[in-house]
Design a protein around this ligand. Structure first.
Ligand code: ZN
Length: 363
C-alpha cells in the first residue's frame, strides 16, 4: 500500500514538474535559424551572366527573417550569416544546435550545365533516389573543400565519394517526419504562387542537414543557369515573392505545431505508456538514449532504423527516445551495440534512479 501511495505521489510529482516545465518553455517554434548558403570566397552557383547564388540567397533569407519577426515577434530569428562572409557547413549547424533552435532552414539556388532545367525544390536529409539528386548534394557539400582543416572537421566524410552519401543517409531519422512536414509546407503551391516549376520534395545527403539536430530543410529557390529562373531570382519582386512563399510554409508548419502543443495529449500518451511509467519504479535502471526531438515522433520501428520497442520521455522542451531497459549494465551495453549497429553512432547509456534521470557523472 505504501508503495502504491508512493508511486501515486511520484506520478503526481512528475505531472507537476511537467506542467511547470511545459508552461515555462512551451513546446512550439520559439527559435528558427535561417541559413543563407555560401558567402565570402564561396559564391555558390554562378549564372552565365555572373549572378551569384550567395547574393540571391542572402537577400531572400533576410527578407524571410524580417517577415517572421514582423508577424511573430515572439519567435527568435537567427541567421548563420547576415552579410557576405564565408562560413563552414559544420559551423552553420553548430550555431543552430548550440542555441537549441526548433527549425533550421538552409536557402540555396541551383545551377547546372543544362540551361533548360528550372524550378523550385525542397530537400530533406536522406538517401538520394537519382544521380541528379546526388549531384545537387555533392555540389552543395563541395563548400567543405574551401574550409580550413576540413579533413579534421569532416574526417568521416569525403564529399566526392558516393559511398559517403549512403553512410550519411543512415543517420538517425528522428527529425525526418518533421522535416518532411516542413518541406511539404514550403513546397506546397510553389507553382501557383511563384510561377516556377514545382520540382517537389526530395532527399539527399546534405552535410549541413546531417549536422543539424532539429527538423531541417534545404530549399533550392530556382536555377541561376536557366534564363527565366535567373531573371526571377535576381529581381527584387522575385525575391519578395520567394521570401513570402517560404514564410507561408513556415507559418503553416508553426500553426500546426503550436495548436498541437496547446493540448496535453502528449502527456496523456506518455502516462498511458506502461513502459514509461515503469521509470517511476524504485531502483536503478539503464537505458540507451538514441535521439532528441522537439516534437513527439511515433516510436515505430520504421522511424528508428528498424529498432523495436523504442520509448520516449520528456526532458525540458524535448522528447528523448530510448532503447532497451535493464537494471544490468552488461545487458544495456548489448543494446547500445545494437543501437550503434542500427546507425545511432552517437547513442549513449543513461540511468534512472527511482524514476529520475541521473546525472551522467553519478551513473
Ligand atoms: Zn548552394
Amino acid at each position: 500500500m505504501v508503495l502504491i501511495l508512493r508511486n501515486i505521489f511520484l506520478l503526481f510529482l512528475f505531472f507537476i514538474c511537467f506542467k511547470i516545465g511545459y508552461s515555462q518553455t512551451g513546446l512550439g517554434i520559439n527559435t528558427v535559424v535561417i541559413d543563407p548558403g555560401h558567402g565570402g570566397k564561396d559564391p555558390g552557383a554562378v549564372s552565365p551572366n555572373n549572378n551569384y547564388e550567395k547574393t540571391v540567397v542572402l537577400k531572400v533569407s533576410l527578407l524571410l527573417g524580417e517577415m517572421i519577426q514582423k508577424k511573430f515577434p515572439e519567435v527568435k530569428v537567427i541567421y548563420t550569416r547576415n552579410d557576405d562572409r564565408f562560413i563552414g557547413l559544420a559551423k552553420r549547424a553548430k550555431i543552430a544546435n548550440e542555441i537549441g533552435a526548433d527549425l533550421f532552414i538552409s536557402i540555396h539556388a541551383n545551377a547546372i550545365e543544362i540551361p533548360s532545367a528550372n524550378g523550385f525544390e525542397t530537400w530533406v536529409l536522406g538517401l538520394h533516389k537519382s544521380q541528379a539528386a546526388l549531384e545537387v548534394a555533392k555540389f552543395e557539400n563541395s563548400a567543405i573543400l574551401m574550409e580550413e582543416n576540413n579533413e579534421q572537421t569532416y574526417s568521416e566524410f569525403d564529399p566526392n565519394d558516393p559511398d559517403a552519401y549512403i553512410a550519411l543517409s543512415m543517420r538517425q531519422n528522428a527529425f525526418l517526419d518533421q522535416s518532411l512536414i516542413l518541406a511539404n509546407a514550403i513546397q506546397k503551391d510553389s507553382k501557383l504562387k511563384l510561377g516556377l516549376r514545382d520540382r517537389g520534395v526530395k532527399q539527399a545527403g546534405f552535410m549541413v542537414l546531417y549536422r543539424a539536430t532539429m527538423p531541417a530543410v534545404l530549399v533550392e529557390l530556382g536555377f541561376l543557369s536557366n534564363p527565366r529562373d535567373e531573371k526571377f531570382l535576381i529581381s527584387k519582386s522575385g525575391q519578395i515573392k520567394l521570401a513570402n512563399h517560404l514564410f507561408e510554409g513556415f507559418k503553416n508548419y508553426k500553426n500546426k505545431y503550436d495548436n498541437v502543443d496547446q493540448s496535453l495529449t502528449k502527456f496523456t500518451e506518455i502516462i498511458n505508456n506502461n513502459q514509461s511509467i515503469s521509470l517511476l519504479d524504485t531502483g536503478k535502471i539503464y537505458k540507451v538514449q538514441l535521439a532528441t526531438s522537439s516534437y513527439k515522433i511515433p516510436t515505430l520501428p520504421e522511424n528508428f532504423n528498424g529498432l523495436k520497442d523504442v520509448e520516449v520521455y520528456i526532458s525540458g522542451k524535448f522528447y528523448k527516445y530510448t532503447y532497451g531497459l535493464s537494471p544490468n549494465m552488461s545487458t544495456i551495453n548489448e543494446k547500445l551495440a545494437m543501437a550503434k549497429k542500427a546507425g545511432y553512432e552517437s547513442s549513449f547509456v543513461i540511468s534512472f534512479q527511482d524514476g529520475k534521470r541521473l546525472d551522467w557523472l553519478k551513473q
